[in-house]
Design a protein around this ligand. Structure first.
Ligand code: ADP
Ligand code: MG
Length: 204
């Protein structure tokens, strides 16, 4: 997978645009089972990322991902910033400049482990990991762009009946059941945007 400067800038804009466009929806989800700041948190973080363009896209892919992660860790208040930021930073540390699919699989696996360590969490607890983990499995099994995007959407939906065991939503106990996890939704949107932008590269 080779991403030239134009493709890298397109990717950054697609990720940021989807978070900005869905800020109200994400805030609504967080109002139901959290403190109602998730949409604003992600929007603020990705606006800060956008503000680092065009220089950001001049960087090689690994450095660009690390820079995105650092901005998110620094600018996003709330639990999601350090977690999503860690994912990008770790991906940047593990990926070569022109990753083959196997290298993408290995790097996403390491990035998920870093998120689990940072959040002291795992799949099954109604968090963004409930999207990251199953989508990574589809990636590892060779799924194409369409399969990856479909799994991201389904995985976010599957958090609705789950009981929250980590994060603010866990304070609600059984009342967390019946609402989609906001972080799971935002990660599914980020994956959908990335896949739509990189469809040709992902399928090659
Ligand atoms: P906060 O909960 O601090 O207000 P946000 O509202 O921005 O932060 O983000 C909430 C999201 O963060 C949750 O929906 C969940 O997906 C994710 N999250 C929270 N805590 C954890 C954790 N320990 N591990 C993984 N994800 C978590
Ligand atoms: Mg919140």
């Amino acid at each position: 997978m080779t991403l030239d400067r134009t493709a890298r800038e397109r990717l950054v804009r697609a990720l940021a645009d989807t978070m900005i466009a869905h800020a109200d929806e994400l805030t609504g989800l967080d109002q139901a089972i959290g403190d109602g700041d998730h949409g604003l948190n992600m929007k603020r973080g990705f606006e800060a990322v956008l503000a680092t363009l065009p220089g950001l896209a001049d960087k090689a892919l690994p450095d660009m991902l690390k820079a995105i992660g650092m901005t998110l860790v620094m600018k996003v208040g709330g639990a999601s910033g350090p977690l999503v930021g860690t994912f990008f930073m770790e991906l940047g540390k593990s990926l070569p400049e022109q990753p083959a699919r196997t290298e993408l699989v290995m790097a996403t696996d390491k990035a998920i482990d870093a998120v689990k360590a940072r959040g002291r969490s795992d799949a099954g607890q109604k968090t963004l990991l409930d999207v990251l983990v199953p989508v990574q499995t589809v990636l590892a099994e060779g799924g194409d762009a369409q399969a990856i995007a479909a799994e991201a959407a389904h995985a976010a939906d599957r958090t609705t009946p789950m009981l929250a065991i980590r994060g603010r939503a866990s304070f609600l106990g059984a009342r967390s059941i019946g609402h989609m996890d906001p972080g799971a939704r935002s990660v599914s949107l980020l994956i959908a945007a990335a896949v739509a932008t990189l469809e040709r590269e992902v399928n090659s």
